[in-house]
Design a protein around this ligand. Structure first.
Ligand code: NAD
Length: 485
């Protein structure tokens, strides 16, 4: 049992002001694995106050960018020490296969901190530019945008938190983090790690709870910027609130990306790549290519290969290193995925593999990886984000049709192109309306912007662009030497 009895606010472990608790339940066997306190509005008030006071404190605002980078690197050192623990804690809570958790949840956060620490060291705080009208100079100054409300989902909780926390720290901001209720334990562990690393009090605060506490935090008068990752539905609500308050925000939302398989693709290599680019983390990853577009001339061949891949994946306990597909995060999520499988069948698609719960697993929220053939791009399973291991194979006639199908989506987050001609792949990638797209593989690049177009989001994380989102720019106009009022 992982029992946490306090929230992390202002550098202190603080009991929540109410009696409520969050119970973490294992998606693998439905047993209770931990508890955490449930924050109330008064706790959010305290956390925002602590973050505001740290924002102006000598201990944080008084540091040079390079001293802040030192603090971030000490945090990274501590995160490296408990990498395996944080990875396992994530797997236990959300069902992520441990091999994925070790690389992503364990390994990515310290790497992100080091990347943004290096940027903090090199990016000048101020730049002096000659004015275009010759009247003098302008000093363009980067200031921290202020107190950041970071609201994250359960699917990659440690990594997605660090997508926000690392650039926020590099810019000199302070943060109130609100994790998803499904993955509260690892967020409190992250706070304990920050404390061990000596991150100044109030720079990172963690409050717990669901959508109501998230909404309270996002609209809080003491918050200067909102960084959100989650569903498009919640993102729209948060965007509305931020619009009304004129509050800067980044929204990383859902997706329904396309894998375009060209007629010259090496199918064996393609299918190996699709195992991660279309099914990573039990299908619970936002950028996955869940619509597989296949040339009509090779349609049956592609369907057979994708079905063989999905059918051969090892479904099992997320903590077993041999597991490729673990359980879904919650019974609610499995109900949702099952409802889409039923909808797919009702709309005339054929489940060529999977389509039900795996035999012999009576406990846990497992579902077999499922591949649908004969899918129309207008079907619900092709248009809506399912967030489970369910793929649709859709036929196309010619490259223009493939691009039109890929772009005929409310979303635009990821995508992949599979071809033996990389130049052709690059050409096609340029035509896909999306925030990121991979040729013959898909892997986020920490040094390049990531985010969505259309209903997949607003703004970008990662890369130098991801740091810019945490800066407020001030122009200071100076007269030319010798000039005076
Ligand atoms: P969700 O939107 O239900 O919840 C995400 C977080 O927001 C949780 O912490 C939740 O408590 C909080 N929340 C919900 N409603 C809120 C509101 N009105 N105001 C403030 N906070 C609110 O999403 P989820 O089910 O936890 O996560 C899955 C979704 O996240 C999927 O749609 C997935 O595509 C998306 N996602 C996107 C990215 C990306 O980078 N684009 C990455 C991972 C996940």
């Amino acid at each position: 049992m992982h029992a946490y009895d306090s929230l992390y606010i202002g550098g202190e472990w603080t009991p929540a002001s109410g009696e409520g608790a969050i119970t973490a339940v294992s998606p693998a066997d439905e047993q209770t694995i931990g508890t955490a306190p449930l924050a109330q509005a008064a706790d959010v008030d305290k956390a925002v106050t602590a973050a505001r006071s740290a924002l102006h404190s000598a201990a944080w605002a008084g540091l040079t960018p390079s001293q802040r980078a030192d603090a971030m690197e000490r945090f990274a050192d501590e995160l490296e020490k408990n990498q395996a623990h944080r990875a396992a804690l994530t797997s236990k809570q959300n069902g992520m296969p441990i091999a994925v958790a070790t690389a992503a949840e364990g390994g990515a956060p310290p790497g992100l901190l080091r990347y943004y620490a290096a940027l903090a060291r090199t990016l000048p705080r101020e730049e002096r530019r000659p004015r275009l009208d010759g009247l003098g100079d302008t000093v363009v100054r980067r200031e921290p945008v202020g107190v950041v409300a970071a609201v994250v989902p359960w699917n990659f909780p440690q990594t997605l938190t660090m997508f926000k926390l690392a650039p926020a720290l590099a810019a000199g901001c302070t943060v109130v983090l609100k994790p998803a209720p499904e993955t509260t334990l690892d967020a409190l562990e992250l706070a304990a790690t920050a404390e061990r690393a000596g991150l100044p009090a109030g720079v990172l605060n963690v409050v717990t709870g669901g959508a109501d506490i998230g909404a309270y935090l996002v609209a809080h008068p003491g918050v200067d910027k909102v960084a959100f990752t989650g569903s498009t539905a919640a993102g729209r609500k948060i965007g509305e609130v931020c619009g009304r308050l004129l509050r800067p925000h980044t929204l990383e939302l859902g997706g329904k990306s396309a894998a375009i398989v060209l007629d010259d693709a090496d199918l064996e290599a393609t299918v190996r790549g699709l195992a991660t680019s279309s099914l990573l983390n039990n299908g619970q990853t936002c950028y996955l290519s869940t619509r597989i577009l296949a040339p009509r001339s090779r349609y049956d061949e592609v369907v057979a290969a994708v079905a063989a891949l999905a059918g051969a994946l090892t479904v099992g306990d997320p903590l077993d290193p041999g597991t490729q597909v673990g359980p879904l995060v919650s019974s609610r999520q499995r109900d949702l995925v099952e409802s889409y499988i039923a909808k797919g069948r009702a709309e005339g698609a054929t489940a060529v593999t999977g389509g039900s719960r795996p035999v012999g697993r009576d406990k846990g929220w497992y579902i077999q990886p499922t591949v649908f053939a004969n899918v129309d791009n207008n079907a619900s399973i092709a248009r809506e984000e399912i967030f489970g291991p369910v793929l649709s194979v859709i036929a196309y006639d010619g490259l223009d049709h493939a691009v039109a199908l890929a772009n005929d989506s409310d979303y635009g987050l990821g995508g992949t192109i599979w071809t033996s001609d990389p130049d052709k792949g690059l050409d096609l990638a340029r035509r896909v309306e999306t925030g990121s797209v991979g040729v013959n593989y898909y892997a986020l690049d920490v040094g390049a912007p990531f985010g969505g177009v259309k209903s997949s989001g607003v703004g970008r994380e990662l890369g130098p662009e991801g740091l810019a989102a945490y800066h407020s720019l001030k122009s200071i106009y100076l007269p030319s030497q010798g000039a005076h009022q």
